[in-house]
Design a protein around this ligand. Structure first.
Ligand code: G4P
Length: 288
């Protein structure tokens, strides 16, 4: 399966982000706690060179807690500030103000020495599609925020969101990058719904997900769908899921695509339980 997806609007958005970077003190990068490696766009590292960096390990409510702790240590070791959150419920977001202050300590100090008081930290919120950028901004900013509208040096129409006197956010569109280093990245992005689904064979993708879940969480599918734990190949398991969940075409023919969609819906919404499909020790060993 070919997992590349880099439509023209993403190239345009990247160029705009490059331009806006000049106005920014801090980059808040939102990633998905179930695939913390593949949900990081490597372009952000070059775009955000010399900026303070904060990673928001979002959708932590859907991820395996022990794995999230491992990822937090991993990113801390790499020099990132990191906050674990559930942007939907707002859990974890309270910590952000103090982490932003820590991450931008030097800038705040520099401003103070120059006699500039009360200039807010300006943060750009970045992330690939579907990681929860809008949800984060809505939850974090809440009703208290004011959209500050156009500002000098900023393209007309751009919206800054003023959270408080200390912090302003700039929202950006979700972007991927032109070429994935290996197919696993595209596959994992497709699992969580960050790729355009319509370009992929859901059935084939479901086999890959079943295979991965069987190796990481043996027995999980059997327990959730009431299928045989001893089921063999992924196509056989998808068939069993279809039978259990009444996924039929006319004439009792099995509707594999419907079963695949059901599986993805359950996985993406956390109905299969807390699942992390990337582990620091495994992801850093993947060959090119
Ligand atoms: P984006 O701007 O980065 O593209 O992502 P967006 O905020 O639109 O979020 C994508 C989906 O992820 C939304 O679900 C949103 O509710 C969900 N989401 C965001 N953050 C979290 C989180 O921390 N935990 C969980 N469990 N879900 C999260 P949706 O199904 O597209 O919309 P809705 O039905 O929730 O409204």
């Amino acid at each position: 399966m070919n997992f590349q997806w880099y439509p023209g609007h993403m190239t345009k958005a990247k160029r705009q982000m490059q331009e806006d970077m000049k106005l920014i003190d801090l980059v808040i990068e939102i990633i998905d706690a179930r695939i913390p490696m593949s949900s990081r766009n490597p372009d952000f590292d070059s775009l955000a060179k010399n900026k303070s960096r904060l990673i928001l390990l979002n959708k932590a409510d859907l991820a395996d807690e022990a794995c999230s702790e491992q990822w937090i240590s991993y990113f801390k070791q790499k020099g990132f500030y990191i906050v674990k959150a559930n942007a939907k419920s707002g859990n974890g977001l309270k910590k952000i103000n103090s982490v932003v202050a820590k991450a931008c300590k030097e800038k705040i100090e520099r401003d103070r020495k120059r006699g500039i008081l009360n200039r807010p930290v300006r943060a750009m919120v970045v992330g690939i599609p579907n990681v929860g950028k809008s949800t984060f901004i809505n939850s974090y900013a809440g009703k208290a925020c004011t959209k500050t509208g156009n500002r000098p040096g900023v393209t007309k129409g751009k919206q800054w969101i003023r959270l408080n006197k200390n912090l302003e956010l700039l929202d950006t569109p979700g972007i991927l990058w032109p070429k994935f280093e290996h197919q696993t990245i595209g596959q994992h992005l497709a699992f969580i719904g960050s790729m355009n689904d319509e370009l992929l064979s859901k059935e084939e993708l479901a086999y890959e997900l079943i295979d991965l879940l069987n190796s990481l969480y043996p027995g999980l599918l059997a327990e959730h769908y009431g299928i045989e734990p001893s089921s063999t190949a992924p196509p056989e398991q998808l068939k069993e899921i279809a039978l259990r969940r009444n996924c039929f075409l006319k004439g009792q023919e099995i509707h594999y695509e419907k079963a695949a969609n059901l599986l993805f819906d359950d996985f993406r919404n956390g109905r299969l339980g807390k699942v992390t499909i990337e582990r620091p020790q495994i992801m850093t060993e993947i060959p090119d």
